[in-house]
Write a protein that binds this ligand. Structure first.
Ligand SMILES: CC(C)(COP(=O)(O)OP(=O)(O)OC[C@H]1O[C@@H](n2cnc3c(N)ncnc32)[C@H](O)[C@@H]1OP(=O)(O)O)[C@@H](O)C(=O)NCCC(=O)NCCS
Length: 145
C-alpha cells in the first residue's frame, strides 16, 4: 500500500485548494457540476482531512458538526489510480479516531449508492428511506463511534 500521512487541512490554505481540486475531479466533474465560491466559503465551519503521499493529497474527506454531538462525514474521495488499495478505509478510520478524541460519538453520511458497500465494510449501517442528492441515489448511513 502507498505510504501516506493523515493530516488536518486548514480551510483556505494552499493544501485546502489541492484538496478541493481532488474533490472536484472525483465528485463534481463526473456529474457535470462544480463548487460555488459560496459553498467553499461555508466550508470554513467544517473540519478537513487528507492523506498525503509525498506531500500531495491522494484522499480526503470533511467532517461537518451537527447538533447533539453528531458529525457528518462528507465528500470522501480517493485518487482514481489508488482506489481499492485501502486508502479509503485508512482515511475514514483516522477521521473516526479524530472524532472520538474530540468528543464525538456518532458519525453519519449520505452515501452514494455506489459507495454503500464501502461504508458497510467500515461498519456503517443503512437507515431511513433512499433519497436523491446531486441528482443521484443516496442512502443515510451511520456508525456509533
Ligand atoms: C468510495 C471510495 C472512497 C472507497 O475508497 P477506496 O480507497 O477505493 O476503498 P478501500 O480500498 O479502502 O476499500 C475498503 C473496503 O471496502 C471495499 N470497497 C470499496 N469500494 C467498494 C465498492 N464500490 N463496492 C464494494 N466494496 C467496496 C473494498 O473491497 C475493501 O474491502 P475489504 O475491507 O474487504 O478489503 C473510493 O472508491 C472513491 O473515492 N470513489 C469515488 C468517489 C465516491 O464515490 N466517494 C464516496 C461518496 S459518498
Amino acid at each position: 500500500m502507498t505510504n501516506t500521512v493523515f493530516t488536518e487541512v486548514k480551510h483556505g490554505s494552499p493544501l485546502y485548494d489541492e484538496v478541493v481540486a481532488l474533490r472536484d475531479a472525483l465528485l463534481r466533474k463526473p456529474l457535470g457540476m462544480q463548487f460555488t465560491p459560496e459553498q467553499l466559503a461555508a466550508e470554513a465551519a467544517y473540519f478537513h482531512f487528507a492523506l498525503l503521499a509525498d506531500g500531495k493529497p491522494v484522499a480526503c474527506l470533511m467532517l461537518v458538526p451537527h447538533e447533539e454531538g453528531q458529525l457528518q462525514m462528507k465528500q470522501v474521495a480517493v485518487s482514481a489510480e489508488l482506489q481499492g488499495s485501502g486508502l479509503g478505509a485508512r482515511l475514514t478510520a483516522a477521521a473516526e479516531e479524530w472524532a472520538k478524541d474530540n468528543g464525538y460519538s456518532y458519525m453519519f453520511c449520505h452515501a452514494r449508492d455506489t459507495a454503500v458497500p464501502f461504508y458497510e465494510r467500515q461498519g456503517y449501517t443503512i437507515d431511513k428511506a433512499p433519497f436523491t442528492e446531486v441528482g443521484i441515489p443516496h442512502r443515510y448511513m451511520y456508525k456509533q463511534l
